[in-house]
Every structure is written in C-alpha cells, then in structure tokens.
Ligand binder design. Structure first.
Ligand SMILES: *Cc1c(COP(=O)(O)O)cnc(C)c1O
Length: 391
C-alpha cells in the first residue's frame, strides 16, 4: 500500500473525526482505577456528562458500544415477556427491536416508511388502547442515523401523558447527543441511551445510560437476570468516582477533554453549528439535482444527510468512486435502503472548511460517476455559509 498524503475524510455519521485535543488527552499512562487519582477523573466525568444530557440524575458509563447501552436500558428496567412499544423509523430502530426480541421482550411495532420520524399519534393511540397497562416501555430513536430523520421526543412524551400511561420512555440519542438539543429531564425521558463515537468526538468504546428516579424504581422490580449491566453496583461505586470493574480509563481522559471543549464552545453554539452545516448540505444536495431522503422538513437531521441516488445508480458504487479518488468515506445505505442512499456525516468536530472539503469530494465524485448535471452544490453551500457567518 502506498502512502496517502493529506488526511482521510471520515464523513460517515459515526465514528466521527477525533480532534487532536482529545487524542492527546488520551495519550497518557493508564492509572490504577482503584487509586486516589482515578476518583478525581471519575467524579469529574460523571458530573460533567450530566450537562450534555441536561439531567440532574446519574448517567451510567459503560465500557461498551452503543448497543451495550441499548441492552442495559432494557435489562435493568424490564422483565422477560414485557411488552415494549417501538417505532420503525429506520435501521437503528429495527436493530434495537431485534435486540429486544432476542432478550425475550414482546414488541408492539408501529410501522414506518423510514422517511419520517416517530408517529406520535400512534404513541398516544396505542397506550390509550392499553387500558391494562401491559406496555411497560416506549422506545424511540431521537436521530435515525440510517435515514437522517429526527423525531420529536417532547411530542412522544406529550402523547404518553395524554394517554395517562405509566410506561417508561426510553430514547436512543447515540447520533444526536451533543449535536442537537436534547433534554432528558425536561422531556421526561426515563432512560436515555448514547455512545462516545459520534457527537461526543471520542473513539468508540463508551456508552451511556441516563436514568431517573422512575427508571431506578423500575430497576428494583426488574425480573431480568444480568450482572455486567446492573446499574445498582455501578451507581454505588460511582458515588465515590469509582467503577465496579475496570473502566475504559483512557477514554475517560478523552471524555473529560471533550466535555471541556463542548463547554468552551457552548452547547447552544454547538447545536447551531450543526444545524447550519445540515442546511448548507441540503442546499448542496438540491443544487446537485438529487433528492433528500428525509421527507419532512421539520425532521431534518443536523448530524447527517441521507441522499437518494437517481434510479438505476448504485449508491455504493458511487461511494467507492469517492473513496478511491478522494480518500473520503461516506456512509452507506443500511438495511432497506442499502445501495439506494448514501449518507454525509456532518457531526462532531467540524467547521465550514471541513464541510466545504466534504461537499467538494461529493461533487467531484458525482462528476466522475457520470452525473454530469450535478454541479453547483458547493456554490450553493458557500453562498449559505458566507451569508450566515457565526461568531
Ligand atoms: C451508531 C448508532 C447505534 C449503534 O451504536 P454502536 O456503538 O455501533 O453499538 C445505535 N443507534 C444509533 C441511532 C446510532 O447512530
């Protein structure tokens, strides 16, 4: 293999580009996780992460991929055979559903077309019809990373409240946390699941479950057997900054740095930055004459944009052209939309020129791919970016 000069553009919607500050923060000797220095690190990140979830309640940090947190949310609060209401918004919602089925939960699925978000009306109707309260949890994905569609979580909460239903509300924010506004406490979410490798700008390997008094009470009554995922041991060790088993110490150094960076920039600014890059990308896509996969303007994702390829053209062939020629990785279509869409990640550590380079790579790729009319997208994005300077 020959050396490829310049940096690789990792424009998939996670894992995202890890900034130098985070890389350097992690380049330290691993310390004794039962020693006094560790407690300081532990207490600092356990307190700091609450701000990103907008919660005053504990956030449990597992050494795991996001999938681990999906499982932890379910096995801590539910019992085998319990009914769970889920929404088919895309591939990640589908994977969470399969995981729940594997655990022996019964799924009440609200079908979807993958181009729109959670059907909040069904989120009211089904709980209303469930007079016996057999539904124990309602699970929703805040940002569907397979489709670039966001769901209105406050509306799901309002729907459950309108039905006066006591089920737990669980939300996956793996690709929205630290990209789009999210409010664990204010929106009445009982368990929020997230991961390190997307908006938090860390390598893969940490996952999170934010809890609250209601989900902790449910945990006391849970009939699932578990050990590694048990919140109880975690929470008691966390009180003094420790973990019941070896934590991912160096990733926690990185997390501390990432939290500092998010706070220095300001979360509201971070959200506005993501929204602006999302809009610039959509303008480019329209100028290229391509179709946005997300069908509802109110649900456009700030983290990524999924783009529909013209009929008869394979999105994976296009991604290969971009990778081979410009050393840029774009996201593939997943599940039902494999080969039909490609995804542009614009989340994490990102600025106007990162987006500019990304869009130039896509536009040049479209030309090489023979979509000769596809010009002007970069210009459209530049017009928007220069017209909406931030700070
Ligand atoms: C990335 C992602 C996951 C899966 O996380 P892993 O870390 O790969 O286990 C789940 N849900 C959403 C919305 C994601 O974006």
């Amino acid at each position: 293999m020959t050396y490829k000069s310049g940096r690789h553009f990792l424009q998939i919607p996670g894992p995202t580009n890890v900034p130098e500050r985070v890389l350097l923060a992690m380049a330290r000797p691993t310390i004794d996780h039962r020693g006094p220095d560790f407690a300081e690190l532990g207490l600092s990140v356990l307190a700091g992460i609450k701000g990103v979830f907008k919660t005053e309640h504990p956030v449990v940090i597992f050494p795991a991929s996001g999938t681990g947190a999906w499982e932890a949310a379910l096995v801590n609060t539910l019992s085998p055979g319990d009914k769970v209401l889920m929404f088919e918004t895309g591939q990640f919602a589908t994977l969470w559903k399969s995981l729940a089925e594997n655990l022996g939960l019964e799924i009440d699925l609200v079908p979807g077309d993958w181009r729109t978000g959670v059907d909040a009306a069904a989120g009211e109707d089904r709980p209303t019809a469930d007079a016996g309260h057999t539904i124990k949890a309602v699970c929703a994905v805040h940002n569907e990373t397979s489709t670039g569609v966001t769901s209105d979580i406050a509306a799901v909460r309002a729907a459950m409240d309108a039905a006066s239903h006591p089920a737990l509300l669980m939300v996956d924010t793996i690709s929205s946390l630290a990209c789009m506004d999210y409010r664990h406490d204010e929106w009445g979410v009982d368990v929020t699941v997230s991961g390190s490798q997307k908006g938090l700008m860390l390598p893969p390997g940490l996952s999170f479950t934010a809890v609250n008094p209601k989900s902790l009470a449910a945990a006391e009554a849970s009939g699932f057997r578990k050990s590694y995922w048990r919140w109880a041991e975690m929470l008691s060790a966390n009180e003094k900054g420790f973990f019941p088993y070896t934590p991912a110490t160096n990733l926690l150094y990185g997390l501390k740095e990432a939290l500092d960076m998010l706070n220095e920039e300001g979360l509201d600014y971070v959200f506005a930055r993501h929204a602006r890059h999302g809009e610039a990308t959509r303008r480019a896509v329209r100028a290229w004459g391509l179709e946005l996969w997300c069908a509802n303007e109110a649900e456009y994702s700030s983290s990524l944009t999924a783009v529909l390829m013209p009929d008869g053209r394979d999105a994976d062939d296009f991604r290969k052209v971009v990778l081979d020629n410009f050393d840029m990785s774009l996201g593939s279509g997943l599940g039902r939309v494999a080969g039909k869409v490609f995804r542009i990640g614009h989340l994490g550590d990102f600025n106007d020129l990162t987006l500019g380079g990304t869009l130039v790579g896509v536009e040049m790729g479209l030309r090489l791919f023979g979509l000769d009319n596809a010009g002007g997208g970069v210009d459209a994005a530049m017009d928007y970016l220069t017209g909406t300077r931030m700070r």
